[in-house]
Each structure stands twice: as C-alpha cells, then as structure tokens.
Write a protein of this length. Structure first.
Length: 205
C-alpha cells in the first residue's frame, strides 16, 4: 500500500511510531468506527442496524479492503479500464458512499434517495481519486505535503498512466458534474455539499 514517508508535511505513522504500531492503529481506528456507530442514540434501532451493515459492507472485504487488495495487485499487472474503475470505486469511493448513505438511512430517507446518495458518492470518489493521481504527477511537493511521483516509482496503473493528464482532467470534471446533478434530487440546503463537490475538483493537496 501507499508507504510514503510524509503525509501532510509530517512523518507518516509508520515512520513516526514504527510499522507494527501503524498497523495496529489502523486496526484500532477501523474497530472504533463500529463502536462509535453502535452507540447511536435516540434513533430507531432498525435504522442503526442497517447503517452498521452499510458501514461493514463498504469498509470490508467487498468494499475498501478488496479495493486495497486490487491496488496492490495492480503494481504487478496492468488492469483493464473497467478493472481500474472497479478498484477506485472500492478503494476510494466506498467509504464516501458509506458516509452519504448512512446519513440518509438514519434520517429515514426512502430507498430512492439512499441510492441517489450512493451514486453521488461514487462519482465524487472516482473524481477524488483521479485528482489524487493527477496531483502525484503535477503537484508541488511543498504544497502536497508528500513526495510526488510515487505512483510511477511503484509501477502503479492509474487514470493518468492509462489516459494521460488532459483526458484525466476531463473525466474528473465530468464525474464532478454528474455528482452535482445528483445532489439536485435532495431538498434542503445543498450549498455545503455543492461547495465541497466543486472544491475537491480544484484541490492542490
């Protein structure tokens, strides 16, 4: 997995505290997420149980964990465009999907809106990862807060390595616009999510 020595301009956990501690910290944080979620109060228990199920699905062996396994495998082989998209959906988008879906579930939204939230988060997650890939090629290291070029050094297949910089930018913009349109299905104040969606497209780190 990504083993850069710097994150946000500071030593990564495995550099600051050792690899064993870093692995255990990851285990602890993942487990603590379920402890926190299970402590949800003053909401119908059936909503909480469903939300926990979504969290487990999106974080586990059919979601983020599977995506990380695919990402490691793709250091040794070149995936098809479809396989690359599936990997990004699982590795990056799934946890965003969990957050979006759980909010709807706990609020009592109908199934149509829960699925719209999932689709919004998938587009957002795909765009986020493409921008991440672009930054690895184009960013200023002092702004990014970690070394650039790690994808190339590790032989990873990314959107940029498959499609080039300009096509990757166009795809990220298309996905961002799709995410913005999906937000229109929701009532209420959408401005914060719309701003977040647009900001992620132009981020520098």
């Amino acid at each position: 997995m990504d083993n850069d020595d710097l994150r946000r301009g500071r030593p990564s956990c495995h550099k600051a505290f050792g690899e064993n501690t870093a692995l255990l910290a990851g285990d602890a944080l993942l487990t603590h997420a379920f402890y926190t979620a299970a402590g949800t109060k003053d909401l119908p228990p059936e909503r909480v149980v469903r939300a926990l199920g979504v969290l487990a699905e999106k974080a586990g062996i059919s979601g983020m964990v599977q995506g990380q396994v695919m990402d490691l495998a793709f250091e040794k082989e070149t995936p098809s465009p479809a396989a690359l998209r599936e990997m990004i959906c699982k590795k990056t988008a799934c946890l965003i999907e969990a957050a979006a879906m759980i909010g709807c579930i706990l609020a009592g939204a109908d199934e149509t809106l829960v699925r719209a939230a999932e689709q919004y988060a998938e587009s957002l997650g795909l765009a986020f990862q493409i921008i991440d890939d672009l930054l690895d090629y184009t960013a200023d290291e002092t702004v990014l807060g970690k070394p650039t070029g790690s994808d190339q050094k590790n032989g990873k297949t990314t959107y940029v390595s498959l499609y080039g910089i300009e096509e990757s930018r166009r795809e990220a913009a298309r996905l961002t616009e799709n995410a913005r349109r999906l937000l229109e299905r929701f009532d209420g104040d959408r401005a914060p999510l719309e701003a977040l969606t647009e900001q992620l497209l132009v981020r520098k780190y």
